[in-house]
Ligand binder design. Structure first.
Ligand SMILES: NC(=O)c1ccc[n+]([C@@H]2O[C@H](COP(=O)([O-])OP(=O)(O)OC[C@H]3O[C@@H](n4cnc5c(N)ncnc54)[C@H](O)[C@@H]3O)[C@@H](O)[C@H]2O)c1
Length: 444
């Protein structure tokens, strides 16, 4: 059993704390947000994540997991202090490190025994050294400490399983012994441990996210070409994916990537490149394609409905992806805003993100279920591919819509089946189904 402090109880910190407690460690989770900590003390989760409530409850009951707003209390017995605070986008696209700085300063101010500071937040290359400088500036050499980078790769919606069964754990430090101590904590996960230097570990995280975002923009570009030439991107991606060098993951065409990581991390990597004198042409294209993809939904609706003024559009799904209530950089926000600006009435339904969405989209009418959503709509748009949308009674939905138009922004439906039900169907990159400029019988 090790004593661990986790700083920041967001998606990453709370999962990290609860999972390390479940592995038998004693964990104190700290946040400066008093409301979050109060709620956690009462067993109320500040975020939606499948399985989290049970995991937290079990470990609190076992006396291995507790919550505080006091750095003195969190650090008092800690051998490891994980920093898992937010690193949002700054004004010029850089990662905003103010919360990391505050966390490092606060740890330093109460530090009276050796500790390993483990950075889990996604941070620009060089931040680990900077954190060490911050602590040293406040404590001098009075207390020995080390900094280890341990970037997090979990995905919201499957965060617990991702933490417990990672593809690999990356550890970076100038202090090999400290990195190996952090490696020990991860041994129960029985996964590949990669130990490298601090800066390389920080770069692995950005390179990984940028690569996944690139795959999404790549397939979206292919989708747009598919529409133009009369091919079906879903089948193209399936066919590509069987190539072992390519694989199937992250080849789903749609409305582009969103969420709390890819948008800001690609921007931050591009920013880092520019300030070091490198023009990141590929990353720039990835971001441009992603921004354009969201507007595709609005252009397609215009193509189907003409002037959107006065039309009623229903959005199926608001969260940036299924199984989360996270609305950060969700495509639904850009789409709803563009539709509202065009004078449309926008209605929406999401299984868990409605409360968060209300704050961002006060002019959107939220509904309680997909069937109520569809009533009187001129078009429905699948924005988030929640499983429950895959099994909807579309025949029932069609009867209550003003116009039976279905824009499948995530390609979850079989176009032929939806056509048979009497809908006008549009997907993303499904040119084979008569959506593009050509049909299958056109000569090349
Ligand atoms: N969300 C993800 O899926 C994910 C995945 C991998 C990596 N990351 C990275 O992990 C980091 C955290 O992301 P998140 O989504 O958990 O963020 P979040 O916004 O959900 O949570 C951050 C938490 O840190 C707290 N905080 C801020 N300053 C603090 C301070 N000085 N002391 C204590 N607490 C403080 C906030 O109150 C908040 O509760 C980011 O760098 C992110 O890029 C996120």
């Amino acid at each position: 059993m090790r004593n661990i402090a986790v700083i920041g109880v967001g998606y990453v910190g709370l999962i990290t704390g609860a999972c390390f407690a479940d592995l038998g460690n004693r964990v104190v989770c700290l946040d400066i947000n008093e409301e979050k900590i109060e709620k956690l003390k009462r067993g109320i989760m500040p975020i939606y994540e499948p399985g989290l409530e049970e995991l937290v409850e079990r470990n609190v009951r076992a006396g291995r997991l507790s919550f505080t707003t006091s750095y003195a209390e969190a650090i008092r017995d800690a051998e490891f202090a994980f920093i898992a605070v937010g690193t949002p986008e700054g004004v010029d696209g850089e990662a905003d490190l103010r919360y990391v700085q505050m966390a490092a300063e606060s740890i330093a101010d109460v530090l009276d025994h050796p500790v390993i500071i483990v950075n889990k937040s996604t941070v620009p290359v060089g931040t680990g050294d900077w954190v060490a400088d911050i602590v040293r500036a406040r404590r001098g050499n009075s207390v020995p400490f080390s900094v280890v980078s341990c970037p997090e790769f979990l995905r919201e919606g499957s965060a617990i399983s991702d933490f417990m069964h990672p593809d690999r754990v990356i550890l970076g430090s100038l202090d090999r012994e400290a990195a190996e101590k952090v490696a020990q904590l991860h041994l129960p996960l029985r996964t590949t441990l990669v130990i490298t230097d601090l800066r390389t570990a920080e770069m692995i995280k950005y390179a990984s996210n940028a690569f996944l975002a690139t795959r999404i923009s790549f397939i979206n570009e292919i989708a747009n070409i598919c529409e133009a030439v009369g091919a079906d991107v879903k089948e193209v991606a399936t066919g590509m994916g069987y190539d072992k060098r390519i694989g199937h993951a992250f080849l789903d065409a749609g409305l582009g990537y969103g969420g709390s990581c890819f948008p800001k991390d690609v921007k931050a990597l591009a920013h880092m490149a520019v300030i070091h004198g490198h023009q990141p042409q590929l990353l720039d294209a990835v971001m441009d394609i992603n921004a354009a993809q969201r507007q595709q939904a609005v252009s397609k609706l215009r193509g189907l409905l003409g002037d959107l003024h006065g039309k009623t559009i229903g959005l199926l799904g608001l969260a940036f992806k299924p199984n989360t209530d996270d609305m950060r950089e969700a495509p639904s926000v850009a789409i709803a805003q563009a539709l509202l600006a065009a004078g449309a009435h926008v209605r929406a339904y999401d299984p868990v993100a409605i409360d968060n969405a209300r704050r961002e989209l006060p002019d959107v009418t939220m509904t309680t279920d997909p069937y109520t959503l569809a009533e009187g709509c001129d078009a429905l748009v699948v924005v988030t591919e929640w499983n429950e949308f895959k099994q909807l009674d579309l025949a029932r939905i069609r009867q209550t819509m003003r116009q039976p138009i279905l824009l499948d922004g995530r390609n979850i439906y079989d176009p032929d089946m939806v056509h048979r039900l009497g809908f006008t169907y549009r997907g993303m990159g499904r040119g084979y189904h008569g959506e593009g400029n050509t049909t299958r019988t056109d000569a090349p």
